[in-house]
Design a protein around this ligand. Structure first.
Ligand code: SF4
Ligand code: SF4
Length: 98
């Protein structure tokens, strides 16, 4: 497998413990996508039991579709790191700001 090394904002914590990528309130996907064109939900969310075997891998924000967030530039996130949680029953980027 070829590997790419790029800088991404880190997902510092995630409260969505019913997501397949979540272990101990951390996201262990390689990279996540945030948002549809309106809401900063986690587009990578997958409801299910934990799959993670490797705890050391932390997720980065690979892409963000929420262009009206102050941290968004050209559909990419430029925050230092983000936190993910809930807004009501939906997943939500808690770092989102207009
Ligand atoms: S950031 Fe998204 S993909 Fe990662 S654990 Fe949370 S809800 Fe799941
Ligand atoms: S902080 Fe803003 S730009 Fe970054 S992932 Fe969250 S909503 Fe997208």
């Amino acid at each position: 497998m070829e590997k790419v090394c790029i800088e991404m904002p880190r997902v510092s914590d995630c409260m969505v413990t019913n997501c397949t990528y979540n272990l101990e309130k951390s996201c262990h996907a390689r990279a996540i996508t945030i948002g549809d064109s309106k809401n900063p939900n986690c587009d990578t969310f997958l409801n299910g039991s934990t799959h993670c075997k490797e705890k050391s891998q932390s997720a980065g924000v690979g892409a963000c579709k929420v262009s009206h967030c102050k941290f968004n530039d050209d559909f990419e996130c430029n925050a230092e790191n983000i936190s993910v949680g809930f807004s009501g029953k939906s997943t939500y980027c808690l770092t989102f700001k207009v």
